[in-house]
Design a protein around this ligand. Sequence first.
Ligand code: MTE
Ligand code: MO
Length: 419
Amino acid sequence: MNPFEPFLQEHTRLTRRFFLGAGALGLGSFAGIAGIGRAQDPAAKQTEAFEQLESLMTLPDKFLDVSRGSPIPHSLSEEKRIEVGLTRETWKLEIASDPENPARIKKPRLNADGTALDFAELMQLAESHAVRFAKVMTCLNMGCPLGMGVWEGVPLRELIWRTQPIENLRRVFYYGYHNNEPKQVFRSSLPIGRVLEDPDNLPPVIVCYKLNGEWLSPERGGPVRIVVPEAYGFKSIKWLSHILLTNLAVANDTYIEGNNDVDSPMKTFAASLSVPREVAADQPIPVSGYAQVGIAGLSKVQFWVCPKGTEPRDDPYFTSANWTDATLLEAPLQGAWGGGLPDSRIPAKTFGFDETGRPKTWPMRLGKVHWATKIQGLPAGEYTFRSRAVDEKGHAQPLPRPFRKSGHAEIELVHFVVK
Ligand SMILES: Nc1nc2c(c(=O)[nH]1)N[C@H]1C(S)=C(S)[C@@H](COP(=O)(O)O)O[C@H]1N2
Ligand SMILES: [Mo]
């Protein structure tokens, strides 16, 4: 018999509500936790920790919002949104050559001559080209993801091919509606190569109209936004209205202005969601958290506890500390993904999932994963808890890319007291 069976049974009983609700935890997930005994109290505490865990997918209206604009385009009245093309019925997308660095294209799609693309044509393209993938949206300048969902759209290249490009096309840049004020425009850009081909088994860059099975809301950039799978949020332009094909060879993202590294793909990092701030001496301490899985993948999450103020000097990333592996939780079962997905299920033909809605690899790149662990009982005192991610190549956070302006990867710290 599995030595942890009594704990697991107790855990199942205590967390039944959680399993029925968010259901994000597979039982097998706990088999690896070291030192689980029959004690009832730790199980209850563990339950508490798990109940802090959100479902992996985020409800579309629960995403954090960092949109710019005055007024922010999603705050406009319905009337105004109709007028400026921010509804599915009135949306228009211009795809033109950049007048300053022209690319040669045969059939630009322009507002001026009535050839701009509309939502009906996008839906027509969607019939044969729609793709869906799961992705966490993260702001390069924030310490936690804004939300995770299944994004649906048409690959951007399908639209670009319709303009019949011929030559001098090195980059694509694009922006959305911003009150028709040039100063407010929020622009992003990509090399044409990334748009035409998907390197490293990534999903395509999409012109997106649905999140978690619902039409994209004004808050999330509806009716149509760009979503770049591996990039930070600033590449995923909301309220998309213009695409320019250019012979310019360098990035011209608005985000460059904030001293940001605009070529940086998403990093892998871990953080805690629940660490008790005050615990009794010599009692195991349940802790849980999440990790964002960036382009480098995730092999494990580790934690380290030290008496407050005893960190080694001259080792800024604590590489020589006594890190211990935490347990990564399994993927949610089909029907337990949350986020407002119909029946909480991953839709059929979602990139990276099999026919039964199970991820083909786990943890999934570009997604989130939960972890849990127990800290061995400690004598009274003040302590510091840290967690870190280790990527598929064995680089421990914040390596291999520690610089802040290429995205958050700093090792977190949480203080707690043992009494
Ligand atoms: N048009 C437009 N698109 C935008 C922004 C913006 O201000 N305007 N902000 C960007 C940034 S910095 C981020 S992090 C993401 C956030 O996406 P979300 O609001 O759906 O979470 O949107 C991006 N797209
Ligand atoms: Mo951002």
